[in-house]
Design a protein around this ligand. Structure first.
Ligand code: AMP
Length: 156
């Protein structure tokens, strides 16, 4: 192997030990998130984990709350800062928004911007995953806010 020729024996084993676990974890994470998205329910009546966070049935690391929306840190962060902004009313996905939802959508984006500006002065990204191929796993509309490191493009 070329890598083995360049590196000394001990360097090779050191880097192998350092590099392989994160790469394996990344691949595992990728496939599990995709799997979740493939099997996630789109049943609009079904209670999601986010409904339970809104009702405080289950705990979350809440960073902002008012009568219309809630923001909390993502339990499986993909960047040093990764939080979600969600509406309290049930909207399953971006595809489901209607003309009447203009105000709440504006509210969510303005809230995301306010919270992001406080924590991420060097830039950030807003993401809304929509549907199976969009990798949506929770069918309660949410905006991901990611930052705190140089983000790449294009996304996977
Ligand atoms: P998506 O794949 O766009 O539907 O994103 C759903 C997000 O919700 C993922 O990033 C999950 O890590 C996150 N998530 C799921 N359950 C929780 C929870 N209990 N608290 C915080 N974030 C969660």
């Amino acid at each position: 192997m070329i890598l083995r020729k360049i590196l000394t024996h001990s360097q090779f084993f050191f880097y192998r030990k350092q590099l392989i676990p994160p790469v394996v974890n990344f691949i595992r994470y990728k496939s599990s998130e995709v799997e979740k998205a493939q099997t996630a329910s789109k049943d609009k009546q079904k209670t999601t984990v986010f409904d339970k966070i809104i009702s405080k049935e289950i705990p979350a690391d809440i960073i902002y709350e008012d009568d219309k929306c809630l923001a909390f840190n993502d339990v499986n962060p993909q960047a040093p800062v990764h939080f979600l902004v969600i509406p309290k009313q049930r909207i399953p996905m971006l595809d489901a928004i209607k003309e009447d939802d203009r105000d709440i959508m504006a509210e969510l984006i303005v809230r995301a911007q306010k919270l992001a500006k406080e924590r991420l002065p060097n830039g950030y990204r807003l993401v809304i995953n929509n549907g199976k191929q969009g990798c949506q796993s929770v069918y309660h509309l949410h905006i991901h806010i990611l930052g705190g490191r140089q983000l790449g493009w294009p996304p996977g």
